[in-house]
Write a new protein. Structure first.
Lengths: 511, 257
């Protein structure tokens, strides 16, 4: 049960509201009345049904927010989706209650108590007050939960076995059975203040005087009448939106929201047994403008810490000055995440593959995907075009296992595969060839070189000529005669001239 | 006293065994570069894994620093064990962080498999250092290479720590002007091109001669220099005999080595 869902929904988005009195206001017939209160507001004396003016009188520092049923419902659905990993049957029972059918689920989660505590922790981690109870029927569970303490590290969660309902529920008032307040009032007036007493009344008379509902609810609570749950179906791809009470522009506040979004999405992905392959983050600005950030992942991931760190890196490029009025994080593509993959903790991940994908994604997030690449050699003669850079991120399909190097080759220190280019090439190739002047000896071998305006330098020895002609079909024809030259001090350069000796350039250096 | 010393050695040995291959307990993990004279001159038989190695280049006369880095990286990418026989479990990849003049086909000619190469292009020096720190820190990368002009000792400390976390080779190519400044790197080398011996016929271009000078190895006082020859077409590297001809000696004197 989430007794304060409406106020918690607001408070969770802004850490500063944590201990302040917060109320939700609804406008009825022109009067603004309190519809929900936070703990602090209740302590200050505000009550549901009061007018706003009354509440203000009791607690001047009260903050009020308008009721927003659609957002509340969206939150309920998000919470239900989060809890889906604990049970296949999750139901939004009423405005403040979510019921999970735990039959048979204990084994998968390490026992009933571990399961319940984990579920309750998931709700409190999301920022909501939770009260939990376990019973053989939903009605009984809800009734018990109403009177249980809020979940905390040392809270005991009541668990009622079949047959123990009347004992556990006995002391509770009939109102906890969700009968309408008027009937509850009448029962009270008659002195029926506990369910035990209610159970002792003759059934026919009960039905006749108070209507069939009371009987039905009691029967449901005591498990004599079966109760069907309407299961909640999570929409396939999780999306979460958080809207702080007022537009924010401070980085720490934005990070606060991003962290919550990342954690929520992570839990929902876990419920679906999926990892995200691409995420979309939508930033809404005051004034209506919308910005989108797309993040591609090289392998399905769902760890909340890791999604948060990716978002954080991306957000460094976002201009916060204009203010952010809401942020939505949506999973746009997801894949099954293999069972047994480490779930929530990045540091403990084994295996070079996980590390590699994590590294590449981190680099791509900061530098841009186009700046993190792998090399493909292309069958091309023109030196500038004989390779291309392929972005590393999408669809990595690298075999990371150690290649079996034939023993003889390994011993000789040779590459395991044939060399890719049988010709010597400079490790540094200038972005564009630099013009130089060459003087040739009688045998056609370059003998002196100078960069424009500087001194002539002697070429001690040279290898070549290597003629490269290509590209005429593309219009970027190249017809060059290349030499590798070594100057007197040992430095080697890659130079070329055109066949007519009209112009010469240095293209790279062996460094 | 003697017994105490052996006890200490025994304890050190046990601790490094227990360490399992990464972190401070594995300070004695080294990766062979495949360059014989270099491996012979380095304690442990190779460059220290999980540590920062600086290779200084001459900014006016290119020669050998990047090629040496490429060769060491190629060896690290293929290594499955350290020189002491324990497993080297990093991923098989080499990260080359480049400010856009790096030419991958040359690395391929030197024997560095393009399948294993990631080319990362940062947009400014700050991003370049950040990227190098990230790749050095990652267990998926066997060797990271970055070429910069200069940096501070504080940065080298961070990079050294990152390399310790990652366990692979972290090769920082720096302009030789910085060799005089202190650094946290575990090994500092300088590479300089040398002319082919004058006796070689002018029409032949032999493998390029590079002089490697060991400037610093953490924990020892040695310094050393030797010649190697790199064949840029095949990636073969061998030690070369010190030249006895006068042109080489003259160069050494002129360069103030």
């Amino acid at each position: 049960m989430l007794p304060r869902l409406p106020t918690d929904r607001i408070v969770r988005t802004d850490a500063r509201l944590a201990h302040k009195p917060v109320v939700i206001i609804t406008d009825t017939a022109g009067t603004r009345r309190v519809a929900a209160t936070s703990i602090a507001a209740e302590r200050a004396g505000a009550r549901v049904g009061m007018t706003l003016a009354q509440a203000r009188a009791l607690a001047p520092e009260i903050q009020e927010f308008t009721i927003h049923p659609a957002e509340d419902q969206a939150e309920r659905e998000a919470i239900a989706a989060t809890l889906a990993r604990f049970s296949p049957i999750v139901s939004i029972y009423d405005d403040i209650t979510i019921v999970l059918d735990l039959t048979g689920c204990e084994r998968a989660h390490g026992g009933l108590f571990t399961l319940i505590r984990a579920a309750a922790a998931a709700i409190t981690a999301r920022g909501y007050e939770a009260r939990c109870a376990v019973a053989p029927s939903p009605t009984a569970a809800r009734a018990l939960a109403m009177f249980t303490k809020s979940f905390g590290p040392s809270t005991a969660i009541p668990v009622v076995e079949a047959g123990g309902e009347i004992h556990a529920l006995g002391p509770l008032p009939p109102a906890s059975l969700q009968i309408d307040p008027e009937t509850a009032g009448r029962l009270n007036a008659l002195g029926i203040t506990t369910i035990t007493q209610l159970a002792h009344l003759p059934r026919a008379a009960l039905a006749a005087r108070f209507g069939p509902t009371v009987l039905l609810q009691m029967d449901r609570a005591l498990s004599t009448e079966p109760e069907a749950l309407r299961p909640f179906q999570a929409v396939e791809l999780p999306a979460e939106r958080m809207e702080p009470p007022a537009p924010i522009d401070r980085p720490d506040m934005v990070l606060f929201i991003l962290k919550k979004l990342a954690d929520s999405i992570a839990l929902r992905l876990e419920a679906l047994a999926r990892g995200a392959r691409s995420l979309e983050c939508v930033i809404e600005r005051p004034g209506g403008a919308v910005e989108k950030i797309n993040i591609q992942l090289s392998s399905p991931r769902r760890a909340g810490t890791w999604i948060f760190s990716l978002l954080k890196t991306r957000f460094e490029r976002v201009d916060l000055g204009q203010g952010v009025s809401a942020i939505t994080l949506r999973v746009t593509a997801a894949e099954l995440l293999r069972f047994g993959e480490p779930l929530l903790f990045e540091d403990g991940e084994p295996g070079a593959r996980q590390d590699l994908h994590a590294l590449l994604d981190r680099l791509a997030a900061r530098l841009g995907e186009e700046n993190v690449g792998r090399v493909e050699l292309v069958g091309e003669y023109r030196p500038e075009y004989c390779y291309k850079i392929v972005p590393a991120a999408p669809a990595l399909n690298i075999n990371i296992h150690h290649k079996q190097i034939p023993a003889s080759r390994a011993a000789a220190g040779q590459p395991a595969e044939p060399a890719f280019a049988r010709a010597a090439r400079p490790l540094r190739l200038y972005k564009s060839p630099k013009p130089v002047e060459l003087r040739f000896a009688d045998d056609g071998v370059p003998a002196h070189i100078r960069s424009l305006q500087l001194e002539w330098r002697e070429i001690a020895r040279a290898a070549g000529p290597e003629r490269i002609q290509a590209g005429w079909w593309e219009g970027r024809a190249v017809d060059r005669v290349y030499w590798i030259i070594e100057l007197v001090d040992g430095a080697r350069y890659w130079v070329f001239h055109d066949p007519a000796h009209a112009g010469a350039f240095v293209h790279g250096e062996f460094c | 006293m003697g017994a105490n010393i052996t006890l200490l050695e025994e304890l050190r040995h046990r601790m490094s065994e227990a360490g399992g291959g990464h972190g401070p307990a594995a300070r004695d993990a080294h990766l062979a570069t495949g360059v014989e004279p270099l491996d012979a001159a380095l304690p442990g038989g190779g460059l220290p894994a999980g540590a920062l190695t600086e290779i200084f280049y001459n900014s006016t006369s290119p020669g050998g620093a990047a090629s040496l880095a490429c060769i060491a990286a190629r060896a690290a990418a293929r290594a499955t064990t350290f020189t002491n026989g324990r497993d080297f479990t990093n991923g098989r990849f080499v990260a080359w962080i480049d400010t856009d003049e790096f030419y991958p086909p040359a690395a391929a000619a030197l024997g560095l498999d393009p399948e294993k190469l990631f080319m990362i292009h940062p947009r400014d020096p700050g991003e370049a250092l950040w990227t190098f720190e990230q790749t050095a820190r990652s267990r998926a990368i066997a060797a990271s290479i970055l070429l910069i002009t200069n940096t501070t000792i504080a940065v080298t400390r961070r990079l050294q720590l990152a390399a310790e976390a990652g366990g692979g080779l972290a090769l920082l190519l720096r302009s030789a002007a910085g060799a005089g400044h202190p650094s946290a790197a575990s090994v500092r080398l300088r590479a300089q091109a040398r002319a082919a011996p004058a006796a070689t016929p002018a029409a032949v271009l032999p493998p390029q001669r590079i002089e490697i000078e060991i400037l610093k190895i953490r924990g020892t006082l040695s310094s050393n220099n030797f010649l190697i020859e790199i064949d840029h077409a095949s990636g073969d590297v061998r030690g070369a005999a010190a030249a006895a001809d006068r042109s080489d000696c003259a160069h050494r004197r002129a360069a103030g080595a």
